[in-house]
Design a protein around this ligand. Structure first.
Ligand SMILES: [Zn+2]
Length: 131
């Protein structure tokens, strides 16, 4: 792995860590959201544009759906394992439906910030953006 690839990987992980904290993936200082679901247009500290136009959030929807599906499968398997050998199907259905409804809402801001970080890492790799 070359030095440039190592730096790109470090940049991605640094941006992802900042995204998990709902901070700007580039500088880590500016907040991406000013309220729970209301985003800032750009970072107050480094002026990174968060919304890059029509269709930009498709990737964040993919992240959100993947997380929701993973949470549903995890809760389903965990419930079955914990209630075996006689699975409690009523409890399983209640928990799975609850998680299926709530997890996309709870993960919404994180899917957005993680998408900004991932898309920015791709632009860094392509050379269309610099640190
Ligand atoms: Zn910033």
């Amino acid at each position: 792995m070359t030095q440039q690839q190592l730096e790109l990987n470090r940049s991605w992980w640094r941006g992802a860590a900042r995204a998990v904290l709902l901070r700007c993936p580039r500088c880590g200082k500016g907040r991406v959201f000013r309220r729970l679901v209301i985003m800032n247009e750009q970072c107050a500290a480094c002026h990174l544009t968060f919304d890059r136009g029509h269709g930009y959030w498709l990737g964040s929807m993919m992240f959100n759906m993947a997380f929701a599906m993973g949470a549903v499968v995890a809760v389903f398997v965990l419930t079955l394992v914990l209630t075996s050998p006689e699975p409690d199907w009523d409890l399983t259905i209640i928990l799975v439906v609850t998680i299926a409804l709530l997890s996309p809402l709870l993960f919404f801001p994180f899917s957005r910030t993680l998408w900004i970080a991932a898309e920015r890492a791709a632009r860094l790799r392509d050379g269309t953006e610099s640190e």
